[in-house]
Design a protein around this ligand. Structure first.
Ligand code: FAD
Length: 385
């Protein structure tokens, strides 16, 4: 039992872990406070490189880092990584699935939801997996994809496009078909030029595109090696043979904790409603001492690491400000930008240039910016205290 007051962060992956580090390194946390970073996962995971790790041998070792106290907080620090799952959230306390310092209830002065999103593997691993299990699953996926003759990818958002690019780069000549509901790759939130560039790159790599059509969901149609060759049917009557299917749709925010306590606090898409200071908008928290960051939050911008970094910067300022009675700062969203590699050596992207609008990036910079190392260096670097 500690006399310190708690800043509780639920979720220790990109948003939660990033916030804990920023609070420790840059923010002034009052002396009688500590951070409790709570996550049951054995490792942090880097979704950005997860597709290459499913295709290219060796990359399975680049997407995780063991989640351990000394990788986050320097020796002797009062802050604690708590390996537990939060099961309930109330005003002033959370309830864990196991005891911490002799009880399941943990009191907080500030709370942050950083619970992210759930997606099918390989974009997100199962929370209960060990490091050997995630490596084994990635290696199995590499082998299944290498052995497949016909791959069908469902969904032409950034994930589906990147996966088509990764497979065609690693296995030239493999038959790949991508089915996308929209008449263009991506959708109308993105510049048309980006969709057109990516379409040209995938076609050049031999990927067949079925646009403006949609697969018919059957109960056994899931990502992975199929039982022999199956047929993926589309609403417009196409029949696509596949011995490997990759489903690149279905990103759901992990907000069940708040949904159970106050469903009105969630936006239509299931993310947590936040105000201009990134405080959670809920009658459950009358002291406004609860924040949300990253993929679980309805902060401005796409659900991306760019938004994670912007959210973390705001909350790392506002928690110490609130604790010391200083005014909070309004959130400044991250830059509007998107870079979509189609394998290590190609891709397209754009950056918002304010009043000049969205500007296409020269395609040769895409491998240098992202495609070559998928920011793995940045991910690994963060686990040094
Ligand atoms: C293929 C792919 C490519 C991408 N490329 C880019 C890119 O180029 N640029 C970019 O900016 N973004 C990109 N992204 C998006 C980026 O990866 C995510 O936005 C970011 O990882 C979200 O981080 P997060 O911490 O919010 O969520 P998550 O990574 O989902 O972490 C949530 C954590 O919360 C924990 N948790 C959940 N519930 C509980 C609970 N009840 N108790 C305790 N812990 C809990 C989980 O165990 C998990 O560790 C990409 C994503 C994918 C899938």
């Amino acid at each position: 039992m500690s006399d310190l007051k708690n800043i509780v962060i639920i979720g220790g992956n990109n948003a939660g872990h990033g916030l804990a580090k920023k609070l420790v390194q840059e923010a002034k946390i009052p002396a009688d406070y500590r951070i409790l970073l709570i996550d049951p996962a054995q490792f942090a995971y880097w979704p950005i490189a997860s597709l290459r790790a499913s295709v290219v041998p060796g990359w399975e070792k680049k997407v995780y880092k063991e989640l351990k106290q000394e990788g986050i907080f320097a020796p002797g620090q009062k802050h604690v990584l708590v390996k537990a799952k939060v099961e309930q959230v109330m005003d002033g306390k959370v309830v864990l699935d196991q005891e911490f310092e002799g009880k399941k209830e943990v009191e907080y002065e500030s709370l942050v939801f950083a619970t992210g999103a759930s997606q099918p593997f390989p974009m997100r691993p199962k929370q209960e997996w060990s490091i050997p299990e995630v490596e084994a699953q990635l290696v199995q996926t590499q082998q299944d994809i290498a052995a497949a003759e016909r791959v069908v990818i469902i969904g032409g958002g950034p994930t589906g496009i990147e996966m088509a690019g990764e497979i065609s780069a690693a296995h030239p000549g493999k038959k790949i078909t991508l089915v996308h509901r929209q008449p263009r790759l991506l959708d109308d939130r993105f510049p048309i030029k980006l969709s057109n560039q990516l379409e040209a790159l995938l076609k050049k790599a031999g990927v067949e595109l079925v646009l403006g059509d949609e697969h018919i969901q059957e109960p056994d149609l899931v990502t992975g090696k199929q039982n022999g060759t199956r047929t993926v049917r589309t609403k417009k009557g196409k029949e696509l043979p596949a011995d490997y299917v990759f489903i690149a749709i279905g990103n759901r925010p992990n907000t069940q904790l708040l949904a159970a306590a106050d469903p009105a606090a969630l936006a239509k898409d299931g993310t947590i409603n936040v105000n201009e200071y990134l405080q959670v908008e809920s009658s459950l928290f009358p002291r406004h001492n609860v924040f949300a960051a990253g993929d679980c939050a309805n902060s401005p911008g796409w659900r991306s690491y760019i938004s994670v970094e912007a959210d973390v910067a705001t909350i790392a300022r506002n928690i110490p400000a609130q604790l010391s009675g200083a005014p909070l700062k309004k959130h400044a969203p991250g830059p509007r930008a998107m870079v979509v590699p189609t394998g290590p050596a190609a891709g397209a992207g754009f950056a918002g240039m304010g009043p000049l609008g969205d500007t296409a990036l020269p395609q040769f910079v895409v491998p240098m910016l992202k495609g070559k190392d998928l920011f793995v260096g940045k991910f690994m670097e963060r686990f040094h205290t």
